[in-house]
Ligand binder design. Sequence first.
Ligand SMILES: [Zn+2]
Length: 297
Amino acid sequence: MSDLICKVAIVGGTHGNELTGIYLIKKFARLPELVKRASFECEILLANPRAIAANRRYIDRDLNRCFASDDLANHHLTGYENNLAKQIVARLGTKDRPQTDLIIDLHSTTSNMGLTLLLPDYQPFTLRLAAHLAQIYPDVRICLAANNEVGNSRLRSLAPLNLGIEVGAIAQGVLDARLFHQTQMLVTATLDYIDAIDRGERPVVPASVTVYQSIGSIDYPRDPAGELLATIHPDRQFQDYQPLHSGDPLFLTFDGEAIPYTGTATVWPIFINEAAYYEQEIAMTLTDRQEIGIESR
Ligand SMILES: [Zn+2]
């Protein structure tokens, strides 16, 4: 594939209560020169208008799980987000016939993820981009998604190259000035990088970079009816990206009893205690920290 990028889409409000991306898209709509670059077309999109108006993650179904090819072709799926997904596909292109080269999807999280770049499973172009951003901004962390069905159902999977920007910790329905401006900074640096590549320049990238490879998730302890039996242990709360060793306290029951991590391998949890993931039965996502080399071009 050629590295030439002709069209980029920046998306906010895929989740209607994540205000950082929503207000950044509104700012870009007001000041389009901020996202205009000479070498490619840039489209901005507020993905879920009804959820944004309602200040909810979604109306009927998580929009960011509606883009699996089978679901898009299924005319029996008629919820608001399923219909919306078909409209978004008409605008941004399908997986089979992409009309957008690269999608940047803006999210926020109640977990203490700082500035996180979410990449599809190993992809040289976006990995170089992320390594470039991490070199400029050392606080940036890079996560590689597991290559699974969830990944293929995300909005950003409509483009062959895609990047999620996940910032936190921030409550749903809340803005934070520092995270807002840092998100804009990452978008600006991303657009500048793509523009430089398109113009034949070679932006600096480090020889290797630390990545957090998603390896699965664990749920809260629950009773057979699905009721929670414990919370995240206070020693683990807000400790995203910190190593979790076998025997470390992980949950705390409502009676005050610590439940340890029983896995044998050290892992690096992220999305710890994310509000939106209680219903998805995810207490945290586990990652493996790796140092990987960056291919030179
Ligand atoms: Zn989100």
